[in-house]
Ligand binder design. Structure first.
Ligand code: BTN
Length: 323
């Protein structure tokens, strides 16, 4: 941790309390003058820090800005989110995460941006990523699993995002196969998993997560306004992005460890329990065929099972699903 991170961690651990310059200088292993300089820097970054002679420093307010120091302060995970690259503006966090991964970034590294000018969605679609109102992030993971199991990581991520949103906001989110998060009939989050692998070995996955957090209706272009929503629109109040990211990191680490040790079964059950898809009549468009039927569940591998009119059960690996 650098000095700024240590100071933010101290503020986080002792909210509302004044921490003396002496105490902070010991925690940081630097002089009181250096502590003072870092306070000035935090103020320039938008933090409101109160300084009272003989009492010390107290954090009054943090900026609504995604920074590595904010995400890591008080995070409490072992790996997920421990390394963060935060940017103001990028084309997309996905290629930056690939770049970091090939240069050896550790598992759990997060790449975040306030704005994406060329956000990528599934199937080559664009992903609307306006400044400051969403969570646009890419997570690097390095699971030692066979290639056919990698789609399970996407379903696992959807379970984790849904749980994080539910716990942080109380909103009744559902998962639309394979990995869209819905509130009512509108999408609030999309997940894009990209893979770097050989035929028998996964090198790493970059899991891109886009959550519409604090957008208001006017922020969505007309074509999206009908089909997309945000946590703020649904809950009627702004949602703290840092807290949501931190909650996601903790939940992801716990489910991911479970997955690596005990496999997919419990994740599958959780996915099905919060599914928007299961039990519905669906129209499925794969690369090669169109299929109508009822979505009846996932198989052990995470493949969607759709029963057609004649009772035949089809396995759907990759497709667009409509209702
Ligand atoms: C989808 O539903 O089509 C997937 C959307 C994924 C969007 C996220 S935002 C962060 C990361 N960077 C991108 O360019 N895309 C993903």
């Amino acid at each position: 941790m650098n000095i700024k991170q240590v100071i933010l961690q101290a503020f986080h651990d002792q909210p509302d309390r004044f921490i003396s310059g002496e105490e902070l200088s010991q925690m940081c292993g630097c002089s009181r003058t250096a502590v003072w300089k870092h306070m000035e820097e935090l103020r320039r970054d938008g933090y409101e820090v109160e300084a009272v002679r003989k009492s010390g420093y107290r954090l009054v307010a943090a900026p609504d800005r995604l920074s590595a120091a904010e995400v890591t302060a008080g995070l409490g995970t072992q790996r997920i989110g421990q390394q963060v690259f935060a940017y103001d503006e990028v084309i997309s966090t996905q290629p930056l995460a690939h770049d970091a991964a090939t240069k050896g970034a550790p598992e759990g590294t997060l790449v975040l941006a306030e704005l994406q000018t060329g956000g990528k969605g599934r199937l080559g679609r664009p992903w609307h990523s306006p400044k400051g109102s969403g969570i646009w992030m890419s997570l690097i993971v390095r699971p030692v699993i066979p290639l056919p199991k990698t789609p399970q990581m996407t379903l696992l991520t959807a379970v984790c995002v849904a749980q994080s949103i539910r716990e942080e906001t109380g909103l009744p989110v559902k998962i639309k196969w394979p990995n869209d998060i819905f509130i009512g009939d509108k999408k609030v989050c999309g997940i894009l998993t990209e893979l770097h692998a050989e035929s028998d070995r996964v090198h790493y996955l970059v899991i891109g997560i886009g959550i519409n957090v604090n957008s208001v209706s006017a922020d969505f272009p007309a074509d999206l306004a009908q089909i997309a929503t945000s946590l703020r629109i649904e809950s009627g109040q702004p949602v703290n992005r840092i807290r949501l990211i931190q909650r996601f990191c903790r939940i992801f680490e716990s489910w991911y460890d479970h997955f690596l040790q005990d496999g997919f079964q419990q994740i599958k059950e959780n996915w099905e329990a919060h599914s928007y898809t299961i039990g519905r009549d669906v129209s499925v468009q794969t690369i090669s065929q169109k299929l109508e039927g009822r979505a009846i569940g996932l198989d052990e591998a995470g493949v969607l099972l759709v029963r057609d009119e004649s009772g035949h059960v089809h396995k759907v690996y990759s497709a667009d699903v409509n209702y």
